[in-house]
Design a protein around this ligand. Structure first.
Ligand code: PLP
Length: 412
């Protein structure tokens, strides 16, 4: 039994493109290379046919109609188009004025939602950034409390990318529909892994990305509801009028074909994959928390994606832990911002202290991971933490039952 190193346990950051997806894409570079916008020859028709098929595959995965799918360059662009496009379209006052309308989102969204929301704030919209509770789950009640008469848009992610917590999205969608508010969800970590039905789940706008679901990078989609309500958006990229004017620019045909193929595979394999990854994740979590003391799993224990865990290790230094487990690709609770190593704003948002946030690992399993890799990682992580703690005088004190938070340090 051999394990190939390094092991990839960072599937929430990106996934390997499924070889079946690559296979489907290849003809669209050199054989079917027409511009789908070329309406007057067969090269264009063939490309348009491929794009149509992909649009159908994406739509089917989320219970939408194919006319409701707008292809983009990824979830970042989809989020920008959803937030800026809807806010500017439904603004209660013209640009340049204040109180143009109220937007509700959450403080632990992905930056690709937070930054457009902050931009809109500068443009004269009022934005509420909901503070999450310690378990990280945003509920309908929290959104309800934040709604105002002038609320035009709510944007709440489906599942969090750092801790995997699942928000009350269908319930929040129902609330928004009762109040006549547009509801957007960044579903990048959810779609393709969990059953999704935009009609049943009351979604108006939904962002997704190819490279998080074993498709290519640089392609994604935005679902834009067409009926009850018909959602309108102000375009960001203007030009050739592609994608019903929502998103101009020549379509990335191979990428779109890849996204469609990735969606089709997810549709077929999602249920069995989910079960397999859940068992692997649970074994990983049970072993690590069983063999080590002073560890904590971050975020709600039940309302969580099945393939992801975020664990903080007391009495180890984050950087040393990453160094000691270099052969396993994981994310740490530290974000490299320009110059400094900042603790994750998501973990901080849940009230996790700086030390524990720094010494946390996000492990996200995926389609190509094996049980052998999980067993290898369990041993490697447990050994690394034990070894680092051997060098820690604070851990010695802790083991002796001394509460180190109560120590009066001697000043020199
Ligand atoms: C990865 C990710 C994004 C960004 O997606 P890109 O396609 O890389 O732009 C946005 N939101 C969430 C929740 C993500 O996980």
């Amino acid at each position: 039994m051999g394990v190939n190193l390094p092991i990839y346990f960072d599937n929430a950051a990106t996934t390997k493109c499924d070889p079946r997806v690559v296979e489907a894409m290849l003809p669209y570079f050199t054989e079917v290379y027409g511009n789908p916008g070329s309406r007057n020859h067969s090269f264009g028709w063939a490309a348009e046919e491929a794009v149509d098929r992909a649009r159908q595959q994406v739509a089917r995965l989320i219970g939408a109609d194919r006319k409701e799918i707008i292809f983009t360059s990824g979830a970042t662009e989809s989020n920008n188009l959803a937030l800026k496009g809807a806010a500017r379209m439904y603004a209660k006052k013209p640009a340049g004025q204040e109180h143009r309308g109220h937007i509700v989102t959450c403080a632990i969204e992905h930056k690709a939602v937070l930054d457009p929301a902050k931009r809109l704030q500068k443009e004269g919209f009022d934005v509420t950034f909901l503070e999450p509770p310690a378990d990280g789950v945003i509920t309908r009640a929290m959104v309800e409390e934040a709604l105002r008469d002038d609320t035009i848009l709510v944007s709440i992610m489906w599942a969090n990318n750092e801790i995997g917590t699942i928000n009350e999205v269908p319930e929040i969608g129902a609330l928004c529909h009762e109040r006549g508010v547009i509801f957007h969800t960044d579903a990048t970590q959810w779609v393709g892994k969990m059953p999704t039905d935009v009609v049943r789940d009351n979604i108006d706008l939904l962002s997704m990305s190819g490279h998080k679901i074993y498709g290519p990078k640089g392609v994604g989609a935005l679902y834009v509801r067409r009926r009850r309500p018909r959602v309108r958006l102000q375009a960001i990229a203007e030009g050739g009028g592609q994608e019903r004017g929502f998103r101009s620019g020549t379509l990335n045909v191979p990428g779109i074909v890849g996204l469609g193929a990735a969606c089709e595979i997810c549709m077929q394999e999602m249920d069995s994959e989910r079960e397999r990854l859940l068992a692997m994740r649970n074994r990983l979590e049970e072993q690590i928390t069983g063999r080590l003391d002073t560890v904590q799993v971050n975020g709600h224990r039940e309302r969580r994606l099945p393939h992801l865990t975020n664990i903080s290790f007391g009495f180890v230094e984050g950087e040393s832990l990453m160094m000691a487990t270099k052969e396993i690709a994981m994310s740490s609770g530290s974000a490299c911002t320009s110059a400094s190593l900042e603790p994750s704003y998501v973990l901080k948002g849940l009230g996790v202290g700086d030390d524990l946030a720094h010494s946390s690992l996000r492990i996200s399993l995926g389609r190509f991971n094996t049980g052998e890799e999980v067993d290898y990682a369990i041993d490697a992580i447990v050994r690394a933490v034990e070894k680092l703690r051997e060098l820690s005088p604070l851990y010695d004190l802790h083991k002796e039952g001394i509460d180190i938070t109560k120590i009066q340090w001697q000043a020199h």
